[in-house]
Write a protein that binds this ligand. Structure first.
Ligand SMILES: [Zn+2]
Length: 342
């Protein structure tokens, strides 16, 4: 089994970990927009709670318990995630699900299935196996449908024995209010650029200008900035993108995957709306934006992008789709269609 030692926590997450370790509640909700580090913080917290020699700063990183988490086999930790995410982050699925996915009988689910929630409840009712405490980590909690959430409610309210829950969420407003009200909520802190820039440069070895573009493209969310770093986003490409989109040319985004392509269009639309009302853009440099069309056209485009984003998970004809989105962007931004070349 391969080992996944988590990278050191970012300084602002480390500070929050220290605060959270002093709290006594048995159910904690880490809440905030995506990209602020919910998952690494939740995992660090679980690791510290279960560690055999924890310090006020967190887990020791060396004991048998820490090792068991790093090789994903800790008997007292139950990680509840969508199957797609479990596969991505290296958490084992139950054998039967794994087999069915491998045989292509079922697709890995993007939601947290009710069966998995039932298994988590069963986990909390086991007699203890390793230490005094068992931990259930749910990430992202909003991927539980109502049935899965309801399955967990009672256990969350009256856990049998020493159980602690960490729910991590990027959209806490989507959680059942009954679920939310049973948790102590911790709002993730937004790092300042003075904190996140040096951290990003250290993690990636990037030049300051490049790191700044990644952070801007991520709207200041450090985990999303790392994702841009991983994709190798080029500063020149990002600055040329708004004008290219206005011409209907989305080819620079061809390798990004549909979700990121759409998010980028949404960011551009956001910035054009901001500049339309005289506010500062957030993701792109104001100097790189095309002239914004009337607000009505932008609102209409924003609605369509939002609608498309909800259904974009299975892009069967990615290049064709990108072309269509490009054509739509061009009309939304009021640029006349290019004439066919002779
Ligand atoms: Zn330890």
């Amino acid at each position: 089994m391969s080992e996944t030692i988590p990278p050191p926590l970012a300084p602002w997450l480390q500070a929050q970990l220290g605060e959270l370790l002093q709290q006594r509640g048995h159910a904690l909700l880490l809440s905030g927009p995506s990209g602020l580090g919910q998952y690494p913080l939740a995992l660090a917290l679980a690791r510290a709670w279960l560690c055999e020699a924890p310090t006020p700063q967190g887990a020791c990183g060396h004991c048998a318990s820490c090792h068991a988490i790093d090789v994903r086999t800790h008997p007292d930790l139950c990680v509840l995630m969508p199957e797609t995410l479990s596969l991505e982050l290296g958490w084992p699925l139950d054998e039967r699900t794994q087999e069915r996915i491998e045989k292509k009988e079922v697709k890995a689910s993007r939601q947290i299935r009710v069966e998995a929630a039932r298994a988590a409840v069963a986990f909390t009712q086991l007699t203890r196996s390793r230490g005094d405490l068992r931990v259930v980590l749910i990430h992202p909690a909003e991927r539980m449908n109502h049935e899965a959430a309801n399955t967990l409610l009672k256990t969350l309210e009256e856990p049998a024995g020493a159980i602690r829950f960490i729910l991590s969420s990027e959209a806490a407003h989507q959680l059942l209010p009954t679920l939310r009200s049973r948790c102590q909520t911790h709002g993730l802190r937004w790092p300042t650029p003075q904190e996140s820039l040096p951290w990003l440069r250290e993690r990636t070895g990037a030049e300051p200008d490049t790191a700044r573009v990644w952070l801007a493209a991520a709207g200041g969310r450090p985990d999303d900035a790392l994702e841009w770093a991983r994709l190798g986003l080029d500063a020149r490409l990002w600055s040329a993108l708004p004008q290219a989109v206005a011409r209907g040319d989305l080819s620079a985004m061809a390798d990004w995957g549909a979700t990121l392509q759409l998010q980028t269009l949404q960011k551009l639309c956001h910035d054009l709306m901001a500049s339309r009302v005289g506010a500062a853009p957030r993701f792109f440099d104001a100097a790189h934006l095309p002239k914004p069309p009337p607000m009505r056209a932008l609102s209409q485009w924003a609605r369509e992008l939002g609608e498309t984003a909800r259904h974009v998970e299975h892009p069967f004809h990615a290049p064709l789709m990108l072309q269509a989105w490009g054509a739509r962007a061009r009309t939304a931004l009021g640029v006349a269609p290019a004439r066919n070349s002779p």
